[in-house]
Design a protein around this ligand. Sequence first.
Ligand SMILES: [Zn+2]
Length: 306
Amino acid sequence: MKEQPVDLGKDIYLIDGYDMGFEGRTGTYVLNNKQVTLIETGPSSSVEKVKDGLEALDIALEDVKYIILTHIHLDHAGGAGLLLASCPHAEIVVHPKGKRHLVDPSRLVKGARAVYGEDFDRLFAPVVPIPEDRIIEKGEEDTLTIDQGRQLEFLDTPGHANHHIGIYDPLSNGLFTGDTAGIRYHQVEGVTFYLPTTSPNQFHPEAMLAQIQRFRHLEPSRLYFGHFGMTEQPEQALREVREWIGIFLEIAKQQDKPEEIEAKLLERIETYVKELGVPETHSLHDILQLDVRVCAMGLYDYLRKD
Ligand SMILES: [Zn+2]
């Protein structure tokens, strides 16, 4: 049987893409409106899951109108080209700085290969180029009407990446934050916590903090994370991420090599999650290990440039 997407209310559904085989890691939001709109596709390996989820919602691929990408990192957008090939009436929506990398993904692939090494093919292949005439650029103050009474608003949200947009949904008073406001870890029942994602090579702490501050001022009722799911306690989530950005930087500045940053950061986070009650054998530790490795690379890269 096909997995039923999670109903978040307000005609929003969440499909689990099982990124890297992990449950609740990376998801695709479906706004089931007159103009059916998806937010994020996940990598190509998630595309079948997305299609299954749409089928379970009784949405035909022909009815998908917009596929919005918060940013072009492959775990969020790598599957866009592959999915688009099955959605004849859909258009891709992306930050103006992201467009050319979707048309010609070679630089994107090269960058991801540098981070993921020999795991690249298993995790991300294929990355299918997207025809230029099927891409719409959206940036700060742009809007997109997907139904009567539902006009999405776009925000330019650098910090995690320069080609990053946030999407404000007035109907749910919610913000789709991509990676700008960090990752929501919810894999252990009864334990939810948040950490920033500082992956290379456009991480910028001041920009990230400024965006988080801006999100707070918008007073959203909900945040929808790229990784993963929704919170109705935005204030707490944003506070945690803000505090951790400071800790990440402090740890990174005291080390000389990315491997040292990784080790110290992991130690710190492991101490924290133990206190929260995460069992020692839980697969969440594998996810944290992966995330911390990539975060350490980004921190190192930022401090070296700085
Ligand atoms: Zn990202």
